[in-house]
Design a protein around this ligand. Sequence first.
Ligand code: GLA
Length: 732
Amino acid sequence: MAIIYREDKKIFQLNTAQTTYLIGLSPEGYVGHIYYGRRLKKEGNNYLLRMKEAPCTPSVNQREKSSFLDRFPMEYPTGGVGDYRESCLDVRGESGSTGCEVFFKSYQITKGKPGLPGLPASFGEPEQVETLEIVCEDDILNLRAVLSYSVFEKYDVITRSVRIENIGEQHLKLEKVYSACLDMDNKDFEMLTLTGSWARERSIQRGRIRYGKQLVSSRRGESSHQEHPFLALVAPDTTQEQGEVYAMNFVYSGNFLAQAELAQFGNVRMVMGIHSEDFCWNLRPGEVFQAPEAVLIYSSEGLGKMTRCFHDFYREHLIRSPYKYGKRPVLINNWEATYFDFNSEKLLDIAREAKKAGIEMLVMDDGWFGKRNFDDNSLGDWFVNEEKITSGLADLVEKVNEIGLAFGIWFEPEMISPDSELYRKHPEWAIQIQGRTPTQCRAQYVLDLSRPEVVDYAYQCVADILHSAPIAYVKWDMNRQLCDIGSSYLNKEAQGELLHRYMLGVYEMQERLVQEFPDLLLENCSGGGARFDPGMLYYSPQIWCSDDVDALERLRIQEGTALIYPLATMGAHVGDCPNHVVGRNTPFETRGHVALAGTFGYELDITKIAQEERDQIPGQVELYHKYHALMQEGDYYRIASWSMEKPYDCWEVAAKDGKEALVTFVQVLAQPNMQSRKIYLHGLAEEADYMLEGTEEIYRGEELMKCGFLIPSEKGDMKSCLYHFICCGGES
Ligand code: GLA
């Protein structure tokens, strides 16, 4: 059993294969956090709850409440009653004040894991996951908070979420509802986050935490390019292979906050949830609010172990697509090939040339609908532009299929251009504050998805196009962040619900899409990688990683992304040179090796590139076919990092059974007078022998892992090489 309750000690013990999480109850019914860390062999105790500490100020009252709350490690702190650290729940009652305090009432342990209505969430069979629900109540507000913990024993994962129920008669306003909290003693923690910008998503940042609050967040209406819904606290000595890591990742694609607060006694409170700014949810009598899920991983074996836990967990328990382990068609996308300047003939030329090179799918990107020849019009007018697609979409798809390629298409269903038929008909469908000119971004507004008819309309536009022709793939884009948060549909009291209702609308559309078109390959995207998050992975097995396909920039972007997300989820293409974003030239071969670490495809005009580059494509496509299963299912190890410390970058994917491993080495900067570089492999069988493909050389697994392997030095920047080790004997 993964979850045990000891009534005599009033302790819940949650065990995974290698971790234990302990929750204890105080005599009053406060729910406290005792421990999260390496697995305990036996039952835990509750002496770590600090219930007997003397009050700060001399007092005859040994349990003076405010002193007690300063020290008590809370599982789910509430605001306004004496715990001055960050709260997870702030509620305004009809009196207008905000105090809220919840006490333990009951609990329930069940096999399996219930879904979260309207939200993406991890899932599992009754034999794979157990769920604990701790029911707490505030008897003054008549509010119930159900703290939910699902324990995935095999994957060392605990997921948390919270359900708030109004069980009384008053109209409550939820001003903050976070999803998870970890109150711990500081261990000189450093905070590891992912930050960036458009075309520079998810760089790894690490620094020591200081007194006070430090956080990453988004108030942009999406998880964002800038900051990522992920936070890890790591011990100072933590590396890829060793050290403690406490990680949280949010299964949500909208506004978020992830924060560490180091408080007066050296305690750290780590929280994650929907950002409370721009949020206020009305909870009327009988109503329920469900907060999204946070995924918690503890590793005592470094960041690499954390990464592999996330990868396995997301593959097995979050991604639903039939493509999750399936081979994805090698695609060519016309965005960087043509931008808006294309027509059927141009696309067919690309398709014919692509077919010769072994490419399997053509994706028609932005510009095929309305009168869109530039990015300042037509979003919302999802009918084919027959000046460009001259004989209609069905005919184009048929012709592409006849050439031998599948067909994919781009949409941006959540948007509306001021210059569109849709906006002229329904200006009230755009998100905007009454009386204020809304801010444009990329000359577009955002649809108000709190309005059910808008969700229906936008979804139906996509569905109608998909019914009109055999379309195998959709790229679902979202190219601007939200502001001017106002809805002409919601009443004035409900304006604070708009951003979350917007996300619920997006999720509803995507759920309808995957239900109605179960075989469709869906790729989410947001101006590159601004919505690369676990929420989106629940609907699409892959997400466009970044609009920057420069091989050097991609090393850093893909390293940061792969810290959490499986390689096969990262949309990665070979682009043209000079690269359109940074103007850099890199060898075609290296671009191929870097894209091979993701979904693999092409983002260039194959009819125009140099013949010697075109000639390399069949070989690259072959590499994808050869390695896709290993890349999709194997264990990922980060061996060296150009973005952190080295003049080279190196990663490995090892088969789970240790039978083979593929090492990708990229020499970013050549250096003069260098010896060969030593790298250490992982995930092999110590006693087995491995043949390095293409040579006669045989190495023992143990030596490759303990003693290392030498990468010959070479001249030239951005040179790359693949090393494929295949088990050829010994024990494996
Ligand atoms: C976004 C995407 C690109 C492309 C353009 C089209 O920026 O990330 O790949 O689809 O939109 O407008």
